[in-house]
Design a protein around this ligand. Structure first.
Ligand code: APR
Length: 237
């Protein structure tokens, strides 16, 4: 039996833009309107957890109103022919809702929370305390259980470790083809992942804008939005 080609996808907020979710940087990005230091750092959580909860409650509520787009759907469809592994910086659930079965979230998930005092294991937080809450809001004073404190978003705040990083690097190191889609590759350590691709691995990037990552020699840049870019990528395979 022939083994399927392994396509590893590194996705970012741009893949969800056509679903109506904001990207983070450039032209009306989320971080142009909200300060990272107010909502997405451990310090912000300590200082004003109510504000942080409100920010993520709003984003969770918005997520309930949007749908996956054709870029998510094409990736899910590709599983019929390829071994597709998605590593996403996105905290939305649009890859899963489109039907992709192998999705590793680097920066957490909007639909999940955990108690702020759940113990940290060497490789990150203990997953047994992570709860799926769907799209509902979390309020100040809401605890994870009798011995647990306030529920916090299951989001990797700036300055926190990225628990799935090693797993992601191992996946990238097995890629036959690496596809980078909808990410400015400005946030580390996620942006360093493509260095783990093995020699001979074809690297494609879908982004309507130029970026330093797209200019790296050997990277095939499909300069278009994710939906059209994905259709083009499939033709090139
Ligand atoms: N299709 C494809 N790409 C698009 C589209 C689109 N329709 N619209 C915009 N883009 C591209 C932009 O040109 C940009 O290169 O998507 C990229 C989005 O980049 P960022 O806004 O920096 O988002 P991302 O790379 O996902 O951010 C990484 O930063 O703060 C965070 O934790 C957050 O996971 C996030 C991380």
């Amino acid at each position: 039996m022939q083994t399927q080609k392994k396509i590893v996808v590194l996705s970012g907020s741009g893949i969800s833009a056509e679903s109506g979710i904001s990207t983070f940087r450039g032209g009306d990005g989320l971080w142009d309107n909200v300060r990272i230091e107010d909502v997405c750092t451990a310090e912000a959580w300590r200082r004003n957890p109510g504000r942080v909860l409100e920010f993520y409650n709003d984003r969770r509520a918005q997520l309930a109103t949007v749908d996956p787009n054709d870029a998510h759907r094409i990736l899910a469809e590709m599983e019929k022919e390829y071994d597709v592994r998605i590593i996403t910086q996105n905290v939305d659930d649009l890859h899963e809702r489109a039907g992709s079965t192998s999705v590793l979230h680097l920066h957490g998930e909007l639909t999940k929370v955990r108690p702020e005092n759940c113990c940290c294991e060497e490789d990150g937080f203990s997953l047994k305390y992570v709860q799926d809450i769907g799209y509902r809001p979390v309020s100040l004073g809401e605890c994870g259980g009798p011995r647990h404190r306030q529920l916090r978003p299951h989001i990797v705040f700036f300055g926190e470790a990225v628990p799935n990083l090693e797993k992601a690097a191992a996946i990238v190191s097995q890629a036959d083809i690496l596809l980078i889609v909808g990410t400015s590759m400005q946030v580390y350590p996620a942006a360093s992942l493509y260095h783990y691709s093995p020699e001979g691995c074809g690297i494609y990037m879908i982004d309507p804008e130029d970026s330093p990552a797209a200019a790296v020699s050997g990277v095939h840049h499909i300069k278009d939005v994710a939906t059209r870019g994905m259709a083009e990528f499939v033709k090139l395979l």
